[in-house]
Write a protein that binds this ligand. Structure first.
Ligand SMILES: [Zn+2]
Length: 83
């Protein structure tokens, strides 16, 4: 994970950038892409993946991609011994 990376929310699950892109491609191939797919406010994340900037998503716990299991966001343990 690096600054500015994005992930996707789709049907209440989180996906990494590459899995989210695959889903978008699949929906496009199946002609299930929303009419205004470029406008994320026009559709629901149940219909089509919505991109989220990881740094701005406000995750509070470690999150994995539903597709490939990759760690999307990792909580750094601040209590592992300290100083
Ligand atoms: Zn993935």
């Amino acid at each position: 994970m690096s600054f500015g990376d994005i992930c996707y929310i789709y049907q209440a699950a989180l996906y990494c950038d590459s899995c989210g892109s695959e889903i978008k491609q699949r929906l496009k191939d199946e002609s299930k892409r929303p009419k205004d797919w470029r406008d994320e406010d026009s559709y629901d994340s149940d219909e089509y993946p919505k991109g989220v900037v990881i740094d701005q998503a406000g995750f509070t716990e470690t999150e994995h991609c539903e597709g490939c299991g990759e760690v999307i966001y990792e909580v750094e343990d601040e209590d592992d011994g300290g100083w």
